[in-house]
Design a protein around this ligand. Structure first.
Ligand code: NDP
Length: 333
């Protein structure tokens, strides 16, 4: 087997040298353990945060140790009554060919109900993030005008579709290429979308929503956040989900210059972390799973082949090379 280790803690953008691909021995499960052969793994923006030292809402990665993250794999050996060889499980030990696990740290998934990557995307952590952020944090109401940044990514692409299904009057998305803008409007049903690289965000947003917005789902921070604060109407709400434009910054970037609007327009700006909203998991799977089966929600993934390309997949995702969820395929079932 092989695993990808953190070679050093990056300052600014990580590079291929930040990662080490290492040959390892395939371990045998001890009493109560299972050995899982990983089939598909996730690369997510939060992994950049775990490359820093110091306390956060998840443990930092350790230099010289394998990275971690969501993965789906097949049990190949079991010393536990809880799982049998052939079972397919979701777990948190990605970035390696083989994972040794306590069954309590896995969740069985149905490999025939959805493509395996969906458990890392639309039906997984990013899906719940979209669901909790839009419905609970931003308190979406019928008739709202909704703006979402990072709209063609794993979280954003579900946010836009959910907003439409839940009665938003208008859904506006921003993303970083013409191809993504087309995907938002033609495949996901956004009312309108723009490429934030085409001109100042506040100008493009004003054109897309001349009467302002009620909800901003922030995946990006920076210029997008300032533009949204400038466009929010009275009692508008921001779900602060992520600020990917800042994750590789060496110095803290300047903040929005228009915070006065928060007072003037009685805005709510609320940050959240998906892990605090597990209580919505069942409702989320019922509702979003149902819409998926009915074809009312679609999803895309960008698949990179091979653990040896996982670091490139992560860096590519941070640069916007993905449409929908970025996943790495490690093996066939
Ligand atoms: P995505 O699938 O959206 O991939 C990241 C995307 O970010 C890229 O495709 C790129 O698209 C965009 N991007 C990168 N740099 C910039 C930039 N400078 N300005 C604007 N866009 C940029 O990732 P996820 O859907 O997994 O995550 C989206 C956001 O949600 C992230 O901020 C993440 O940290 C956050 N998140 C938060 C969670 C929580 O619990 N609060 C849980 C999960 C995710 P483009 O081509 O459009 O630039």
């Amino acid at each position: 087997g092989r695993e990808v280790r953190l070679a050093h803690r990056p300052t600014g953008w990580p590079t291929p040298e930040t990662f080490d691909l290492v040959e390892t021995e395939v371990p045998a499960p001890g009493p109560g353990q299972v050995l899982v052969r990983n089939l598909v793994m996730s690369v997510d923006p939060y992994m950049r945060g775990r490359m820093h030292e110091g306390p956060s809402y998840v443990e930092p990665f350790q230099v010289g140790k394998a990275l971690e993250g969501g993965a789906v794999g097949e049990v190949v050996a079991s010393e536990s009554d809880a799982l049998r060889p052939g079972d397919v499980v979701l777990h948190a030990l990605g970035w390696r060919d083989y994972a040794l696990l306590d069954p309590a740290r896995t969740a069985k998934v149905d490999p025939d109900a959805a493509p395996l990557g969906a458990y890392l995307g639309v039906l997984g952590m990013p899906g719940l993030t979209a669901y909790a952020g839009l419905l609970r944090i931003a308190e979406l109401r019928e008739g709202d005008v909704v703006f979402v940044s990072g709209a063609a990514g794993a979280v954003g692409s579900l946010v836009g579709q959910l907003a439409k299904l839940k009665g938003a009057a208008r859904v506006i998305g921003s993303a970083g290429s013409a191809e993504k803008v087309k995907f938002l409007v033609e495949e996901l049903g956004f009312d309108t979308a723009f490429n934030y690289k085409d001109g100042p965000v506040h100008e493009q947003l004003r054109k897309a929503a001349p009467d302002g917005i009620d909800v901003y789902f922030d995946n990006v921070g920076g210029e997008h956040l300032e533009a949204a604060i400038g466009a929010l109407r009275t009692f508008g709400r921001v779900a602060a989900c992520g600020m990917i434009s800042m994750y590789n910054a060496v110095e803290p970037p300047p903040g929005p210059r228009n915070l006065q609007n928060i007072v003037r327009n009685r805005l709510t700006v609320r940050g959240f972390i998906v892990g605090d909203h597990d209580d919505l998991q069942e409702q989320f799977l019922r509702e979003v799973g149902g819409w998926l089966r009915e074809g009312k929600i679609t999803f895309r993934e960008t698949v990179v082949e091979g653990l040896e390309n996982a670091a490139d997949a992560f860096l590519g995702m941070m640069r916007g090379q993905n449409i929908g969820k970025m996943v790495v395929k490690l093996a066939d079932r």
